[in-house]
Design a protein. Structure first.
Length: 335
């Protein structure tokens, strides 16, 4: 797997344009030149100081320290790349940085000289750290192991809930901040539904598996409503018997008085609401392109005019439902 700065990452970062790639190349060349200048300055200062301190081969001290900084930085990145990171390796370049800065400061005679000698090696070290951060971030974004940070404004506005969100992201390895927000929003909706279903003591009446799924943020309200209906009060002594579902009451029609020859019975005339309810039921699984007047007429067995009216009503309902879903998703993203 290659990590390319010109390609979009898994976190949704757009790819770099051609002018941005040119700017990136220019910055990289300039950064390399600045780093070389800092390395050369540190080499001269520390080697001269090492000669005064009695080192037999003075150039070995600055070369050994300054070259070890990018070497250990590259080693840390390679360990991250092969998924075998060592926590202590990343601190070695920082310790070497402090050593080389202190040696450069000690090589100066005045305050200005100490400040100048201590600043020059920092250029090389800072550029190495920036390159390491960019590479490690790209590796984490591509492989999905890099955990996104929570905004500071959310920590300030809602610290307790943000800490709980961060805790769940850390415990369950949720690397995407937007995914964690979506799960938290769904968890709040599931909790409100359970409270509405079971009352104020919903934790006591909710099944244990449902409580675990709610804690993980993976509880689906629609599926749970079908699999776990609300408890029905049962009379004493019949706790193991299921309550039969009430049957719909039949409308009793009074016999009409007929005079003369009796006419054969025909189908009862359905009202507009009954036709719409029946059409809504039979077309629930239909695609939008299948929702035609002719198909509705054959399925519901009604006239062409009624079929066109039903088609328009059903399409209007679907458009309204789609609009509500888009608004809900937009509100979730904004939150």
């Amino acid at each position: 797997m290659t990590v390319n700065l010109t390609q979009g990452s898994a976190a949704g970062v757009p790819p770099l344009s051609k002018p941005e790639r040119v700017l990136l190349g220019t910055v990289a060349v300039a950064a390399g030149a600045v780093g070389i200048l800092g390395l050369a300055s540190s080499f001269d200062a520390v080697s001269a100081a090492a000669a005064r301190w009695g080192f037999g081969v003075p150039w070995m001290l600055p070369v050994g320290i300054d070259v070890a900084i990018p070497v250990f930085t590259a080693a840390n990145l390679l360990l991250i790349r092969v998924n075998m990171p060592l926590a202590w390796v990343r601190f070695v370049p920082w310790a070497l940085t402090l050593v080389t800065c202190w040696l450069n400061i000690a090589a100066g005679h005045s305050l200005s000289a100490k400040l100048a000698h201590g600043t020059m090696p920092l250029l090389w070290v800072v550029l190495s750290e920036i390159a390491a951060h960019v590479y490690a971030s790209r590796i984490g974004a591509v492989t999905g192991r890099r955990m996104e940070k929570i905004r500071r404004s959310r920590w300030l506005l809602a610290f307790p809930s943000t800490f709980a969100l961060w805790r769940r992201m850390t415990l369950w390895e949720i690397t995407s901040y937007s995914d964690a927000l979506a799960r938290e929003r769904q968890r709040q909706l599931d909790r409100a539904e359970l409270r509405q279903r079971y009352g104020r003591r919903w934790r006591k009446h909710t099944p244990h598996r449902t409580r675990v799924l709610l804690k993980l943020g993976e509880l689906a309200p629609a599926a749970q409503a079908k699999s776990a209906p609300p408890p029905v009060p049962v009379p004493p002594g019949n706790g193991d018997q299921e309550q039969p579902e009430p049957k719909p009451e039949r409308q009793v029609r009074r016999p009409r008085k007929t005079t003369g020859k009796a006419k054969p019975k025909g189908k009862p005339v359905r009202t507009a609401d009954e036709l719409l309810a029946e059409a809504r039921t039979v077309t629930a699984a239909w695609a939008d392109e299948d929702l035609t007047a002719e198909a509705i007429r054959k399925t519901v067995r009604t006239s062409q005019a009624n079929a066109r009216t039903l088609r328009d009503a059903l399409k209007a309902e679907r458009a309204e439902a789609a609009r509500f879903r888009r608004e809900a998703e937009a509100g979730a993203e904004a939150a």
